[in-house]
Write a protein that binds this ligand. Structure first.
Ligand code: IVH
Length: 661
């Protein structure tokens, strides 16, 4: 078949071509059309028949290439190939560091497939295996022989080298990114192909970081020896306590330029003697720890700070930074949250313009300025007046405030904007709200409820149909859940989490309005500052609340049906737990899900949203292991299901998401 214009083909023909060329590439190893042309073919089919089953058969799986059969040879690891302990903050890391002497060696954590290589008495590569369960791996010697840059013979006898096989990002982008989600899965697949010659197509590489069978005093010596034997080793840095965080920051900032995927930074005690003294648990060595990245990171420079009037009237800083790409999107603006957080970021000198900063997108969503890597020289000027209405500013605890509430257009519009967003009244964007405000039709949230179709039609570009629709939407929100109502008031500290707590604990608004700050402060996660801000805010907004109640009916949750945290990503989700978790029992985990409005079915069902397992199982899963529940989940996904498979830490993140505002 020659390369026709794909557009001219019928869907049947497109499918046939995709199957044919996929097979040519993967099975016969004799592609007839260039990769780009194949990509275009697939794109065309995707666009014209997004449901086509052929789309899920692209790649080796669809080309009938058998993976190693389940009876394949196994290799027992001795000692076991352990996991790594994890840290998510500097404090945990320093606590770990203080347990031994002699500094650490730091390397990027390579996100690939762990494996071991054994060399025989003549120094020949004799057997290679995946990490597998840690105790037992699958033999993949022939596949590993196709890894470029990996010595098949070494000048040493009877050694075992351990490390990580990975696919360079450049290879992934050149050959696979259109069809596959991640280089890591491809690496695992490539190492299990039945025909080892095909493994070469994936251009897998191998980083060595452990050597058994020879003695060393330090990790640095071990790395040097591995390199001398001809292995590729990852970049490594020998550092002391004060450089621990900075080394992490540095690697995080260069993450996208490393050439391979990383999911954190590994620290190992430099002295082998100390490693031996510390020993290991059944799960991980005590002398090593991984400081995991929490999102995509990049480096930028802070150029300017602009000040934004928020719905609460606070004037909050927003950083303008040099463009930086995080999780695929270019970021130039980053909320610095409030005055105190901004100051804290800059350390003692305060945040300065021209600073080199570490930017991160946690969970891939909102960009955040994590910390200053190198201070700049120009101090940030804190405005003496509200940039919108000119009212003088003053510091109130953590925030810069101005008494502009009654005459600041920006603050008022933002308050209404916040109100419609929390009540989910769709269609009232900032432009429309500005028009309504300037026409004096809506100057407080209360005015929304008396707005008429004819008033709306008086505005530019609002016709009758739209006006009616907008009014319908407002009228459709006259019954509102009490926690949404509380959030909508725009009171400082009265966000999702606190509103949910109030809604759960009290059964009337009167009760909420008369709570005692001191008693409320005692509630878990509340504390004095929040309690005071909320009780005072409710008093300050008394007039607004009374006026709103003329138009609204508040609905209190009946505990059985209403989620405690309505905004939780777990609300309405089905979650199934499998295997043991560390932080809580399965029962407790189920209770937490249910408290957030989720459900916990007892088996893998079609409409399951999350299958959650302990991190140890998650790691085994990532190495290829499958329990029957996992197999079932994957089978459902292959048929259009959307079950997300999560480790414990991923689950904990979901639990906490939406727990604050
Ligand atoms: S040091 C556990 N350094 O992570 C022994 N391991 O989660 C310490 N890994 O199976 C190994 N990058 O294959 C070390 N720079 C790195 C690493 C690394 C990835 C893998 C390793 C291990 C897994 C544990």
């Amino acid at each position: 078949m020659s390369a026709p214009t794909w557009e001219d083909l019928s869907i049947d023909e497109l499918e046939e071509h995709v199957r044919y060329h996929n097979r040519k590439y993967w099975v016969d190893d004799a592609p007839e059309i260039p990769d780009e042309s194949f990509d275009r073919l697939v794109e065309t089919l995707k666009r014209r028949a997004p449901e086509s089953a052929v789309l899920s058969q692209i790649g080796p799986a669809g080309a009938d290439v058998d993976v190693v059969d389940p009876q394949a040879e196994k290799l027992a690891h001795s000692p076991a190939m352990l996991s790594l302990d994890k840290a998510y903050d500097e404090e945990t890391l320093l606590k770990w560091y203080d347990k031994f002497e002699g500094g650490v060696v730091v390397t990027p954590k390579v996100d690939g497939v762990a494996g071991c290589l054994r060399y025989d008495a003549r120094g020949h590569l004799h057997v290679a295996a995946t990490r597998g369960t840690g105790a037992i791996g699958e033999v993949i010697t022939e596949q590993v022989r196709r890894i470029k840059g990996l010595p098949l013979q070494v000048e040493a006898t009877g050694i075992e080298v351990r490390g990580e096989a990975y696919m360079p990002v450049a290879v992934f982008e050149r050959k696979f990114k259109h069809e596959y989600a991640s280089p890591r899965n491809l690496t695992a697949g490539a190492l299990k192909l039945k025909d080892p010659d095909k493994t070469a197509d994936y251009e897998i590489r191998f980083f060595a970081f452990d050597l058994l069978g020879e003695d060393f005093d330090t990790e640095s010596q071990k790395m040097a020896r591995l390199e001398a034997l001809g292995f590729e080793i990852p970049e490594h840095h020998r550092v002391e306590r004060d450089q621990i965080q900075a080394t992490y920051d540095d690697i995080a900032a260069r993450r996208s330029q490393l050439g391979y995927e990383t999911d954190g930074v590994v620290y190992k005690a430099e002295r082998i003697g100390e490693q031996e003294r510390l020993g290991h648990t059944a799960h991980h060595p005590r002398w090593a720890i991984a400081y995991k990245f929490q999102g995509d990171a990049g480096e930028s420079v802070l150029r300017e700070v602009v000040w934004n009037v928020s719905r609460t009237g606070a004037i909050n800083p927003v950083g303008i930074v040099d463009p930086v790409v995080l999780s695929g999107a270019t970021v130039t603006r980053v909320s610095l949250h409030n005055l105190a957080i901004m100051e804290h970021l800059g350390g003692e000198a305060g945040l300065r313009l021209g600073s080199r900063v570490l930017m991160m997108r946690r969970g891939g969503v909102i960009p955040n300025m994590e910390r200053v890597l190198e201070a700049g020289d120009t101090p940030v000027e804190i405005p003496a007046a509200c940039p919108e209405c000119g009212a003088p500013t003053e510091r109130q605890n953590d925030v810069l405030m101005a008494d502009h509430k009654d005459n600041c257009r920006a603050a008022k519009i933002r308050q209404i904007e916040h109100f419609v967003s929390r009540l989910e009244i769709k269609g009232f964007g900032p432009k429309l709200l500005e028009q309504l405000y300037d026409a004096e039709l809506v100057t407080t949230p209360v005015d929304l409820f008396t707005l008429s179709v004819s008033e709306l039609m008086g505005l530019e570009r609002v016709g009758e149909i739209l006006a009616e629709k907008l009014i319908d939407r407002i009228q459709g929100r006259r019954e509102v859940a009490v926690d949404k109502f509380l959030q909508a008031l725009g009171i400082h500290e009265l966000g999702k989490h606190v509103s949910a707590i109030l809604a759960e604990r009290y059964d009337s608004l009167e009760a909420i309005r008369s709570i005692d700050a001191e008693a409320f402060a005692e509630v878990h996660t509340i504390g004095e500052v929040i309690a005071r801000s909320v009780t005072e805010g409710l008093k300050e907004q008394a007039e607004l609340i009374d006026a709103l109640l003329e138009h609204l009916t508040l609905v209190f949750p009946s505990p059985a049906e209403e989620p405690r945290v309505e905004g939780s990503p777990l609300a309405g989700k089905r979650v199934l737990f499998t295997g043991a978790m560390e932080a809580m029992t399965r029962k407790d985990a189920q209770r937490e899900v249910e408290a957030r409005g989720g459900q916990c079915p007892s088996s893998v069902v079609k409409d399951l949203d999350y299958l959650v397992m302990g991190d140890a199982d998650m790691e085994r899963f990532e190495q290829g292991w499958r329990s029957s529940k996992l197999k079932k989940a994957e089978a459902i996904n292959a048929q259009g299901g959307a079950i997300t498979i999560l480790g414990e830490s991923g689950f904990l993140k979901l639990l906490n998401d939406g727990a604050d505002q």
